[in-house]
Design a protein around this ligand. Sequence first.
Ligand code: ADP
Length: 671
Amino acid sequence: MESEDKLKDSLKRERKAKQAAKQGLEEAVAAKTAELRRTALRISNVISNMQEGVLVEDENRRIALVNPGFCTMFGIPVAAELLIGTDCSGSAEQAKHLFADPEGFVEGINQLLAKREKTTGEILLLKDGRSFSRDYVPILIEGSYRGHFWKYSDITSQRKYEDALVRSEEKYRLLIENMNLGLLEVDMEGRIKYANQSFCVMSGFTREEMYGQVGEELFTTPENRHVIVKKNRSREKGISDAYELEVTNKQGHKKWWLISGAPLFNHEGKQIGSTGIHLDITERKQLEFTLREAKQMAEDTAKAKEVFLANMSHEIRTPMNAILGLGKQLVKTELNTHQRSFLESINTAADNLLVVINDILDFSKIESGKLDLEAIGFSLPDLIGQISNMLKSKAEEKGLTFKLEVDEQIAPVLIGDPFRINQVLLNLLSNSIKFTEKGSIRLVCRVNESNAKEQTIELVVEDTGMGIDKKYLKKIFQKFSQESVNVARKYGGTGLGMAITKQLVDIMDGKITIESRKDEGTRVTIGISLPIGQSSEKPEKPKHLIRNQKLKGKKILLVEDNKLNRLVANSILSSFGLKVTEAVNGEIAVEKLRNEMFDLVLMDMQMPVMDGITATVMIRKEINTTIPIIALTANALKSEKSRCLEAGMNDFISKPFEEERLLDILQRFIR
Ligand code: ADP
């Protein structure tokens, strides 16, 4: 009994324990199931929200899972969850119309299903232009096939971007290949890594011949190889620049390239070489050389012209100097009436000849841009007064009335070149007198505009002469032109006067107009603006009498090879009471200066044995730095004058010199 009870107890305990265990197990299973459900929910949630289309089929091709992305991509108008359990075996056939290659699509699916191998990244093109990428994954659980997983991604925009990139790359590649510029890439050792088609054409080498070769060894001449070496060094410092280089192509022809070079970096910013864009500038260079040669030739010609002019001027002026100088001295001697009349004619002819020579020289100087204008203070009314004094009697000799009008408003001092204004007015008035047989000549000088700083002056020369034909009037300012052969025969002249006048007015920034009527008369009007000056800006007037006294007994060394010129100069100088010592060349002059004191040297420029410049340089260096040395130059050119001053001379006098000018110079330099 007792044992029966014990058994019952133990059975009861056992049952209880079993019940407890069962309950525990059930609870654990329930917990696990809940956990699994949550995980499945999470996964299906994630899949539902994926952009990509996901489809899971079971081993019987029934849909186990599909997301809304899939429905959207394939245009299925049903909620995804309603598709669960649907048979998929006909779905490829149903969807194939969407694809660019419908049969290929069906075939592809069948193959995947047959092979049951994981396949990813297959590209499918759709009829509407979209592109899908497809993954297929078979599901194997413990070695047995349990269905499969499809994933479709819409890669249309990505493909479009990639296509654009490829097209753009292709575009630039073609551009680089075919552009007229040669492109070359070299590594850090200068070895050629890339050359475009144009560079191959430019250099004459094929890519195969160039790749791996050092650029400068292929193209540059040994003389300019250093240029490339230098450029490579500056590329290493990150410097880009452009330069021109003479090279030799494969055929051995010399070429010029304009190269724009820059360092080349990899994506990490490390320099891996350099690139150069090459332009063939051989033709331009040749043109440049031709131009340079032409310029040189033009300069040489201009120089030759200048030298010719200087020589001609020397040759003409030297005898002219003698004729004029001696003629003027001869007038001072005792002569009978006959002789005096002949001599006066000779002097007048010589004066006229000098005018012609000066015109020609002036013109050449103006044409070669070698005419310098003075800018000094002068009195315009005084100048006009002197000119009219000079020409009034000439006009009256011809029975013409000379009328002069000078505006009182003209400033007492204007700044300009009185000599050239004088020359212009003399030209115009001489023409008027020359070409007028009866009536009058009028010279008007008036102020047109005036302010505190400058005055615009109008100068009018008017006559009642033969006038000028309309046709000729148009070309009156052309050099060497005259209205007709008859005019030339009757009145002479060179036809240069008006051309020079026009040029002079032009370089004074003035205006000149001419009006004329045949048989009625001619009017020339000139307008020039001149700054207003102070009386202190006027050069001092030479004071003859005092000066003559001052010069008496002073010692002059006259250096001149031409006998006639020495005679003229000596006679003028002696007439002022100066003591003259003569030297026939620079060497003798230097010798004399070593042994004797002089107050002033008059030095010719062109002499045999030793010329004036050499002698002057020697005197300044070895003997005397202060003695005034005045150049006697037959050469009217500006360059000659500056040569004198550079050599250490103090001033210059052009031959044939006038007594006035010589006196003025002596007065200024003799202390
Ligand atoms: P030239 O007087 O030495 O011949 P110009 O250049 O001074 O040279 O003048 C050129 C020509 O213009 C003259 O030959 C003449 O035919 C004409 N001419 C110039 N001035 C006048 C004038 N005042 N009246 C008529 N003809 C003139």
